[in-house]
Structure formats: structure tokens, C-alpha cells
Ligand binder design. Structure first.
Ligand SMILES: O=C(O)CCC(=O)C(=O)O
Length: 294
């Protein structure tokens, strides 16, 4: 469980490092499994083999352009690794992570919208441009999800940890502004996000002051789906492997709009996502984590 102080910190900042959660034995198994899947690459899965929904180089397409091959500064993105790996299915259902997400959203029912590995290789790992999550997920409304971000390497300034803007989750959808900031890619550039932006007058935080969010292997970091965030290039000699698990609350409904998960939604527009099908597992019911197979 998170303390009241931690929940308040999340409410004020729009993010929280909940501290050490995963033990080394589990981390070692997860890291080995992740490396096995990274090694396979996007074309390494047999037709009927359990596989992720998407495996691509974000820096060669993704947020900025067309899906494509691999570019010179790759960010390998794997969406729904849990579908390729029972071990990762255990992670999206991790009792602490699920309970904390329930506390932070104030909802006692939660589903996985999708998960997302981002791997920035040593020396050449690319940037993940400044963005907010919820506007990139137009298939579901309202914009209330929360994400748990779990690194498999100590993530810090040097290998491309995330940066966030405190209080920005209360500034609404500002993707028009953030979409103009994708030129910020290096560590030296990254803090200089939207210097001319004026936050809404009624917002509790009224300055854009980006902060670096180091997270150690074993710790779990949470962010709100409207928090401004991104991560610069990895120019270090260390890898930066991490997974974000994006949870949607019991109020999520299907809008009919596009996203890579949209083809897997099996309900009509306007229906609650609780009936959206097996690609969107329920992980929390009545405030309690739901184990696999339930
Ligand atoms: O792993 C990263 O650097 C970015 C992840 C991200 O944008 C997210 O979790 O929403």
C-alpha cells in the first residue's frame, strides 16, 4: 500500500517513485525473458507463437512518423509483451503495482490498456519526445489512466531516464504544444521544454520546470496520463531497458478512434472497456488484484 503522503505527492506532481518493490530474483528472470524477446526481434516469432501486439523501432516511426525499419538512434518498442510471456503477465498483475494504481486513480476496478517496453541501446539509444499519454490514446475516454514504469537497468540522466513536468497533469490536453518540442532529443536539450507555455490560471502549478526522474532497478515509478514526460537519448555505455504498464480505470469507454490496440477491441462505440475482450485483462476488481486465469 502507498502512504497518504505518497498519494498526495502523486496528486500534486502527477508522478511518484514508490521505491523498491521487485526483488532481484524476479528482476533477474524478467530481464532474461526480456532479453530473449529482444533477441528474437520483430520478425522472430512463428505465426502461431504467442507474441506481442507490436515490435518496432519508435525512433524510425512511432510518435513522429510512419512505422518502418530501424533507424540510427533506435528506441525498441514492444507493445503487450505480456501476451508473449507468462512471466510478464505476472508483472502486469503484480499485487503491489495493481493496488497502488487503484489507490492513485481512486478506482477499485482496473484493466490493462496495454504495456510497452522501451529499450534504448547503449551509445545510440534514441529519444522519446515530450508527450502526454492520454491524448495519444484516443480510443478510450475519459483521460484518467495511470502508468507504472519499471526499469530493468538503473535509469538515470546518463542512459535516458524519464523527465517530467510537475503539476502538468492539471493543465489539460497540451499536445499541440508538446508536438512542437520533438527537436529536444539530447540530455543537454531536454529540460528546455516549452519555455513560453503559460499554464492555465486556475492550475495549482503555474511554471514549466522539467525535472529528471532517476529510477533504480527494482523501483516502480508511477505517472498520470496527462503528465508531460519524455526521455532523452542514451549516450552511455549502459542499456536502458524498461516497461510501462498502462492501466485504465473502470470508467473507460470505447470511442471508436484509432490506436494500435483498437483492432483488438470487440465492443461497440460508447460501451465500457470492461467488455473489450481478452487483450485487455482485468487486473483489479473491488479493490483487490485479480490473479491470472480469473
Ligand atoms: O520509457 C520511456 O522512456 C518512455 C515511456 C513513456 O512514455 C510512458 O511510459 O508513457
Amino acid at each position: 500500500m502507498l502512504s497518504e503522503q505518497q498519494v498526495d505527492e502523486f496528486d500534486g506532481d502527477g508522478f511518484l517513485n514508490a521505491g523498491p518493490v521487485l526483488d532481484e530474483a524476479l528482476l533477474a528472470r524478467l530481464t532474461e525473458e526480456l532479453d530473449r524477446i529482444l533477441e528474437k526481434g520483430p520478425d522472430g516469432f512463428a505465426e502461431r507463437e504467442p507474441q506481442p501486439v507490436l515490435f518496432r523501432d519508435l525512433a524510425a516511426g512511432g510518435y513522429d512518423g510512419e512505422d518502418g525499419g530501424s533507424g540510427p538512434t533506435p528506441v525498441w518498442q514492444i507493445v503487450n509483451i505480456w501476451e508473449a510471456s507468462p512471466l510478464f503477465e505476472g508483472l502486469i498483475r503484480h499485487p503491489f503495482v495493481v493496488k497502488a494504481s487503484s489507490q492513485l486513480t481512486g478506482f477499485d476496478s482496473l484493466q490493462v490498456w496495454h504495456d510497452q517496453v522501451q529499450y534504448k541501446p547503449p551509445l545510440v539509444g534514441g529519444a522519446t519526445g515530450w508527450h502526454q499519454d492520454a491524448p495519444l490514446w484516443p480510443s478510450i475516454e475519459p483521460m484518467t489512466p495511470v502508468s507504472a514504469w519499471i526499469p530493468f537497468d538503473d535509469a538515470d540522466e546518463s542512459n535516458g531516464c524519464m523527465w517530467m513536468v510537475p503539476g502538468s497533469h492539471k493543465w489539460g490536453n497540451q499536445m499541440d504544444v508538446l508536438g512542437t518540442q520533438h527537436h529536444l532529443k539530447t540530455l543537454a536539450e531536454f529540460a528546455d521544454v516549452a519555455p513560453d507555455f503559460v499554464p492555465p490560471p486556475d492550475a495549482p502549478v503555474r511554471e514549466v520546470a522539467a525535472v529528471c526522474r532517476p529510477v533504480r532497478r527494482g523501483e516502480v515509478h508511477f505517472h498520470h496520463s496527462l503528465t508531460w514526460h519524455g526521455s532523452p537519448m542514451n549516450r552511455s555505455e549502459r542499456p536502458r531497458r524498461a516497461i510501462a504498464i498502462h492501466y485504465m480505470t473502470g470508467e473507460a469507454r470505447y470511442t471508436g478512434r484509432a490506436h494500435c490496440m483498437q483492432p483488438f477491441i470487440t465492443i461497440d462505440v460508447g460501451q465500457p472497456m470492461s467488455g473489450a475482450g481478452p487483450h485487455f485483462p482485468v487486473v483489479c476488481r473491488d479493490g483487490e488484484p485479480v490473479p491470472r486465469g480469473n
